[in-house]
Design a protein around this ligand. Structure first.
Ligand SMILES: Cc1cc2nc3c(=O)[nH]c(=O)nc-3n(C[C@H](O)[C@H](O)[C@H](O)COP(=O)(O)O)c2cc1C
Length: 193
């Protein structure tokens, strides 16, 4: 399906120095950059300054506010931390509210064992639902993450076919929702004027 130009924000989910999920986030961002009429904004929580909690003006990072304004969709990469998602990701999500409304979100789950971040994603669903983000009905999982990438950070060739297939499908779904919802949001704005 042809679609209008769209911007997708890929959110890396964690900040620890030895983080593995950043490789997944970069792979997903690079994958998206190859798609026609898609602009990818890569968001690394290490580069944000989000003071305190909540979404008061002093608790926002203007850089992230701008990203959430510009984004037509979000692709969240979350590792699993104690059967949930990391605090950095929650902090990032909490710092904004209205800019998420009526926009779609896809999830990639990451773990070093066999769960692939499934429980982190299940924990994310009710939190993002409250923000007005529209959740896709399937995800992509990266279990055993330390074994998936070469030292240079590239996905090992033996995994390429599997992830190209699942990411092509999930990006297509995300783009479908992003395009339809963008048209509807613009229509609502025109009707209000
Ligand atoms: C604090 C912490 C808690 C974790 N809890 C879980 C867990 O509950 N389930 C799981 O499958 N993996 C768990 N893991 C393993 C992570 O999924 C794995 O280390 C992954 O690489 C973490 O992402 P990161 O490397 O980007 O920080 C945990 C790791 C950390 C650091």
């Amino acid at each position: 399906m042809q679609h209008q130009p769209l911007t997708i924000a890929v959110l890396a989910g964690t900040t620890r120095r030895q983080r593995q999920s950043i490789k997944v986030a970069r792979y997903i961002a690079e994958f998206g950059r190859k798609l026609p009429d898609i602009t990818i904004i890569f968001v690394d929580p290490v580069e944000l300054h989000l003071e305190g909690d909540g979404n008061d003006p002093e608790g926002k990072d203007p850089k992230y506010t701008l990203v959430t304004e510009e984004a037509d969709a979000f692709f969240v990469v979350t590792p699993e931390y104690n059967h949930s998602f990391p605090g950095s990701l929650k902090r990032m999500l909490d710092s904004e509210l209205a800019n998420y409304n009526h926009k779609p979100v896809a999830f990639a789950g990451v773990s070093d064992g066999n769960w692939g971040g499934t429980r982190a994603i299940e924990a994310l669903v009710p939190a993002v639902r409250e923000t007005g983000l529209v959740v896709m009905s399937w995800d992509v999982y990266f279990p055993y993450v330390p074994t998936l990438f070469n030292d240079d950070g590239n996905l090992k060739p033996e995994y390429e076919e599997r992830y190209e297939k699942s990411l092509t499908k999930l990006y297509a779904e995300l783009i479908w929702f992003a395009s339809i919802l963008k048209t509807a949001r613009n229509q609502s704005k025109e009707n209000e004027q």
